[in-house]
Structures are given as C-alpha cells and as structure tokens.
Design a protein around this ligand. Sequence first.
Ligand code: PGA
Length: 251
Amino acid sequence: MLRPLIAGNWKMHTDINHGAKLVEKLRELVGASEDVEVLIAPPTTSIHHLHFLVAGSPIKLAAQNIHWETEGAYTGEITAEMAHAAGCEYVIIGHSERRAYFGETDEWVHKKLIAAVRGGLKPIVCLGESLEEREAGKALEVIATQLKGALKTLAMGVLKDLVIAYEPVWAIGTGKTASPDEAEEVHAAIREQLYDMLGTEAKVVRIIYGGSVKAANIDELMGKPNIDGALVGGASLKPEDFARIVNFEKS
Ligand code: PGA
C-alpha cells in the first residue's frame, strides 16, 4: 500500500494574501494527517512566502511548471533549482493546460523530468487523453505514447520519486469525472507499462487521478487498487472541500 498523495493545483488563482489565508485554513483543517501526503501548487509568486507558512505542518509545496535549462535567456521561466530553493519539494510537469495553451510536447516533458530530478524536485508527470481521443477508443494508446515520451530510457534509480497523474482532458474543470472504473482501467494500464519500462521496482510509483475530483467522488476513486491519490484543481481552492478530500474514506 503506497502512501496516498493528495495534491491541490491552484493554477493561476490566488495572490499572496489569498494564498496565505487558504494555507491558514488548511493548517487548521488537515491537521497532522500523517497517513496522507498533502501538497499544494500555488502560483510561483506565492511559493516562497507560503513556504514559511506551511512550516511545521504536513503541507508541502509544488511548482506548477519549470524550464529544463539550468539558467539562461528564457524570459518568464524558472529552473528546477529556483523552485527547489524557494521551498518546493515537487513539480507538476506536462499538465494538459500547458500542453494545450503553451505548446508543451512529450519531448519537453522528458527534458523537464530530467531537470526536475537534477534540481532535487519530485516530478508529477501528467498524462491525459482528449474527448475526441477517448471517443475514438484511443485513450490507452495516447496515454502509452505520452508515458513513453516522458520517460524514454530513464531508469528507476533516477525516477525513484516519480508520480504519474492521469488527468483525462475532458474531465478537467468540466464537472465530468471519469467513473472510478474508467479511471482504474487507465491506471492499471499505466502500472503495467511502468513495470514493463522500469521493472518491478516501479511498484513504488504513485499513480494519482485528476479531473473534477471533489468531496463527493474521492471516496469511491480511492477505493480502486491502482488509484494512489488525486490531483485536485477547482476543489483545492475551497479549504473545507480540499480537507474532506485529504480525509477521504475508501469506499
Ligand atoms: P479540476 O482540475 O479538479 O478543476 O478538474 C484538475 C487539474 O487540472 O489538475
């Protein structure tokens, strides 16, 4: 049984003041949840300040994106090392919004994955098919291609802290969740591919689900054998809802 990871992706919401209020509330509500790893990914401008505010609590920080280079003329970008120094333990890589709006490719995801490891960040690599691809019966094929493109020939030694997030694009921010069975089918396929690519040590890789996760569906999702946590967007901005998700009860 892997330690579940519940991660809140705040996306481009909240300034420092708003973020500080959310953290204050979350600290009260998630208490010392030792059984579950709790993570928030605030906008870059808030990370360092929130790093001080989460100190002594079980809440950890993630960056929403990094560049793969170590430094250079890349206006608007940050390195893995910068995110790490600002207080991040994790980084989200290849979110479907970055793929759709910022041209992120599997190749970039791969480079960012290497950069994350280099910079001491634990990578959360996002995979997900579009509605069109699902309706064409291609979901598993798309996911397999994305996973292969992200990992290429990297070995388990390098990827020991890897987390995979399965986030069907059609379920993100739409209120439409993949049913627990639909999600489990993809998670099981990802697990199998990880074994094929990385060997049995890949059993430590957590595969978390994202896409309209909320208090009302977390229990059933977490009841599935290959769902090891959740990447939560909208509901992570509501402390009560996020705390309920953290305190899920498997069903
Ligand atoms: P959502 O977002 O929970 O609002 O659907 C999930 C995500 O994009 O990580």
